[in-house]
Write a protein that binds this ligand. Structure first.
Ligand SMILES: [Zn+2]
Ligand SMILES: [Zn+2]
Length: 281
């Protein structure tokens, strides 16, 4: 990718995204080079400060002033249900002080190497994600994605960072109803934070599945057969699948299998939140 011209890179991965306030429409890899200049950093910081002063950040949970440039205050951030004790592969929350494999991964490991989730899917993160997805409050998705990006960075060795972020695709019909793909919104923030390009064109959802939550676990897996397709070559790429919540892991597993079949070298899953296993909690 480094050998590509900026235009090629833009066309392929980043047609409508922005990174640097001064150099809009640049892919993160290329913008990173520009952004590293002193002049650019200075002006970006100045513009960010100006915007923050004109439009001060307010906590989306308690209306107190936001912490730094975030739409959450320091106290609310500290009180969020950060995911600590969890399965080292699928990130399902485990009882206190346990950090090994969960029962499901012991029986059969998934096709992805690991999942990183920042939060347990419980109050207030569950409410915030519902507001983000169903009330079009994109700002909530952005702040949660920013916090998740920090956790991903902490937990990932630089050499282990993927080549591409692929948001879980939604069906065009669902996209028209909702107006946006929540996974792409999250991927954009993580992309800016870690300077990894987003590829939202290589994978598509062929079937508009029923809401997974209403289905029993076994049915969720069979309901996802043939749902995703990989349209372009991702051979030898290391990929992170991006989604808002990982529930049973059926969606991530179905997409990951498609990617492995299409030649992906390695697949990991990064989500904002992870639901507890109903049998454990
Ligand atoms: Zn607050
Ligand atoms: Zn597990």
């Amino acid at each position: 990718m480094t050998g590509q011209s900026l235009t090629q890179c833009l066309d392929k991965y980043y047609p409508k995204r922005r990174h640097c306030l001064l150099h809009r429409n640049h892919c993160p890899r290329h913008t990173r080079l520009i952004k590293d200049s002193d002049e650019c950093t200075f002006l970006n910081n100045w513009l960010t400060d100006l915007l923050n002063n004109l439009f001060p950040r307010v906590c989306v949970l308690c209306d107190a002033p936001g912490h730094r440039h975030l739409d959450l205050c320091k106290e609310c951030i500290a009180d969020l249900p950060w995911l600590k004790d969890c399965c080292v592969i699928c990130a399902v929350p485990l009882p206190l002080n346990q950090r090994n494999l969960c029962g499901q991964c012991l029986v059969k490991e998934p096709s992805f190497s690991r999942c990183i989730s920042a939060f347990e899917y419980r109050y207030p993160v569950d409410r915030l994600i519902i507001k983000f997805k169903f009330s079009q409050q994109l700002i909530i998705g952005k702040v949660l994605a920013y916090l998740a990006a920090g956790i991903i960075q902490q937990q990932t060795d630089e050499n282990d960072l993927p080549d591409l972020l692929i948001p879980v695709p939604i069906h065009p019909k669902r996209l028209r109803q909702r107006g946006f793909n929540q996974a792409l919104e999250i991927a954009d923030v993580i992309s800016e934070f870690l300077a990894i390009p987003v590829d939202y064109q290589s994978c598509s959802r062929l079937i508009n599945t029923a809401t997974q939550k209403s289905l029993p676990a076994k049915q969720r897996h069979s309901n996802l057969k043939g749902v995703f397709s990989v349209n372009r070559s991702i051979a030898n790429q290391s990929i992170a699948i991006i989604d808002d919540v990982m529930t049973t892991g059926a969606t991530a597993e179905a997409l990951s299998r498609c990617m492995v079949k299409a030649g992906a070298r390695k697949v990991q899953v990064w989500t904002i939140a992870r639901t507890p296993d109903p049998l454990i909690s």
